[in-house]
Design a protein around this ligand. Structure first.
Ligand SMILES: Nc1ncnc2c1ncn2[C@@H]1O[C@H](COP(=O)(O)OP(=O)(O)OP(=O)(O)O)[C@@H](O)[C@H]1O
Length: 238
C-alpha cells in the first residue's frame, strides 16, 4: 500500500461554470486523520464532493492509494475504497435501521451488521425503527455506520456533529476515535466544532475562499489564535 492514502494536487473544481476550489493540494498518510476547517461556504463540501466525483473537476489530480481517479464514476470510487457521510445524512427515512444498514453491506455477509451495532449500540436498540423516526444524532450514527459497513479505506465525514446535543457529539466522537484506533481507515473530517476536530485529527488544513491558507498540526493551530480568528472566525481554540 502506498504511504499516502489520498493525494490531491493542483485541484481546481466547482459546480457547472462556477469555480469554487483553486489550486488545492494536500496528502493524507494511510491510516491517519485530517481535519478540514474553514468558515461556511469556503468550499469544504465541494472538496469532498469533488473527491467523490460529484462536483466538476477542472484541473488537478486526485489519487486514492496508487490509483489516479481521473474521470472515475462515484460508484467506482466507492468500490475503490472511498466513503462519504454527507452533511445531509443520506438515510432512507421509510426503511428501518436494519434495512438501512443492509443497504451499506455491499457484498458482505449480514453478520457484518454486528460491527455497526458494536460501534453504535443505540442503533441496535432502534433496529426496527424507521429512519424517519430517529433523532438527529441517531440518524447521524446510522449514516456513519452505513458508510463504515462498506469498509472504506478512506472515509470523508462532512460536519457529522452539526445540530447534535453535546452528549451525542461525545458519543459520536468516541465511536470515531475507536474507528481511528483500528488504524485501517484514513479519515477526513470537516467540522465546525474546532476543538473536537483538533482533538481528533493529526493534521489540519484551513480553507478560505477555495484555497488552503494554512496547514499544520493541531497543536500548531492551537498556538496560532491569529490564524483561528482570521480564518475560522472565533476568538481561539482551546
Ligand atoms: N451541490 C451543489 N451544487 C451547486 N453549488 C454548490 C453545491 N454545493 C455547494 N455549492 C456551492 O459551492 C460554494 C462552496 O460551498 P460549500 O458547501 O462547498 O462550502 P462549505 O465550506 O462546505 O460550507 P458549509 O460549511 O456551509 O457547508 C457555495 O457557493 C455553494 O453554494
Amino acid at each position: 500500500m502506498p504511504a499516502e492514502a489520498l493525494q490531491v494536487e493542483g485541484l481546481v473544481a466547482g459546480w457547472g461554470d462556477t469555480v469554487v476550489l483553486e489550486d488545492v493540494g494536500f496528502a493524507v498518510p494511510a491510516g491517519s486523520r485530517l481535519a478540514v476547517l474553514g468558515r461556511n461556504g469556503v468550499g469544504k463540501t465541494t472538496l469532498f464532493s469533488t473527491i467523490m466525483g460529484l462536483a466538476r473537476r477542472r484541473a488537478g489530480t486526485i489519487r486514492l492509494g496508487d490509483r489516479e481517479l481521473g474521470r472515475a464514476k462515484t460508484s467506482e470510487r466507492a468500490r475503490d475504497g472511498l466513503g462519504l457521510v454527507p452533511q445531509t445524512r443520506d438515510i432512507f427515512r421509510s426503511l428501518t435501521v436494519e434495512e438501512n444498514l443492509r443497504a451499506g453491506l455491499k457484498d458482505r455477509p449480514v453478520s457484518a451488521l454486528d460491527e455497526a451495532y458494536a460501534l453504535f449500540p443505540r442503533l441496535a436498540e432502534r433496529r426496527q425503527n424507521l429512519g424517519g423516526q430517529l433523532s438527529g444524532g441517531e440518524q447521524q450514527m446510522l449514516s456513519t455506520a452505513r458508510a463504515i459497513l462498506g469498509e472504506p479505506t478512506c472515509l470523508l465525514l462532512d460536519e457529522p456533529l452539526e445540530g447534535l446535543a453535546p452528549v451525542i457529539c461525545d458519543q459520536l466522537m468516541d465511536a470515531l476515535h475507536g474507528l481511528a484506533r483500528s488504524g485501517k481507515m484514513t479519515i477526513l473530517l470537516v467540522e465546525q466544532q474546532i476543538d473536537r476536530a483538533l482533538d481528533f485529527a493529526e493534521a489540519v488544513i484551513v480553507l478560505e475562499r477555495g484555497r488552503i491558507v494554512w496547514s499544520g498540526a493541531p497543536a500548531e493551530l492551537r498556538a496560532r489564535p491569529d490564524v483561528v480568528e482570521r480564518h475560522l472566525g472565533v476568538a481561539g481554540a482551546h
